[in-house]
Design a protein around this ligand. Structure first.
Ligand SMILES: Nc1nc2c(ncn2[C@@H]2O[C@H](COP(=O)(O)OP(=O)(O)OP(=O)(O)O)[C@@H](O)[C@H]2O)c(=O)[nH]1
Ligand SMILES: [Mg+2]
Length: 197
């Protein structure tokens, strides 16, 4: 009896796979300057704990379950040389999570420059962008308003549930967070998941 059941369930899962359902996993990229907190976030989402990381030299990927969606998340290094390979990952991407260190004001212009070049890249024209202002546990961190000014994000598409399908408007929003304190990014990923097909 059990072998029949095994056969039935493997046939069903094979069929779901064939239809692109079941094991569907959206592809997201974690981008942002070095030291922004990408690897810390990725490991917090995976293991729910903070681990101290050395700067990322080579891209890594993890399967994550977030807001009810399976994600394949790619953590790419943020230092200048590592940024050169970002474009190799743009194909078939479902969303971009762009991290900014909200404490490091000296690097806001550099972070804006990288963000602008991503936002204006034709290959990413329709891809939803979640921008995370990280490290708000540090007292000197910029406020959301201040970071919006610096990054030129005064006009974004809105938090919460905002229907944009059919409008040709790319979802773009800024959320403040502290990966260290587990604050802010839950709401941000729920916002993002509504735009993943
Ligand atoms: N205070 C504070 N520090 C954080 C937070 N998130 C990450 N950090 C620290 O920021 C530093 C850089 O974090 P990483 O995750 O290695 O940064 P990254 O973006 O992966 O950097 P690269 O791999 O070099 O591109 C580490 O010392 C982290 O502990 C946070 O929410 N608050
Ligand atoms: Mg890293």
């Amino acid at each position: 009896m059990s072998f029949i059941w095994n056969w039935v369930s493997s046939t069903i899962s094979g069929l779901l796979g064939y239809l692109g359902l079941g094991g569907k996993s959206a592809k997201i990229l974690f981008l942002g300057l070095d030291n922004a907190g990408k690897t810390t976030l990725m490991h917090m989402l995976r293991d729910d704990r903070v681990v101290q990381h050395t700067p990322t030299q080579f891209p890594t990927s993890e399967e994550l379950q977030l807001a009810g969606i399976n994600f394949k998340a790619f953590d790419l290094g943020g230092h200048k040389i590592a940024r050169r390979v970002w474009k190799d990952y743009y194909a078939q991407v479902d969303a971009i999570v762009y991290l900014v260190d909200a404490v490091d004001r000296d690097r806001f212009p550099e972070s804006k420059q990288e963000l602008d070049s991503l936002l204006s890249d034709d290959n990413l024209a329709t891809v939803p962008f979640l921008v995370l202002g990280n490290k708000i546990d540090v007292p000197t961190a910029a406020s959301e308003e201040e970071l919006r000014q610096w990054l030129g994000l005064s006009y974004t598409t809105g938090k919460g549930k905002v229907a944009l399908s059919g409008s040709k408007i790319r979802p773009l929003e800024l959320f403040m967070c502290s990966v260290l304190k587990r604050q802010g990014y839950g709401e941000a990923f729920r916002w993002m998941s509504q735009y993943i097909k």
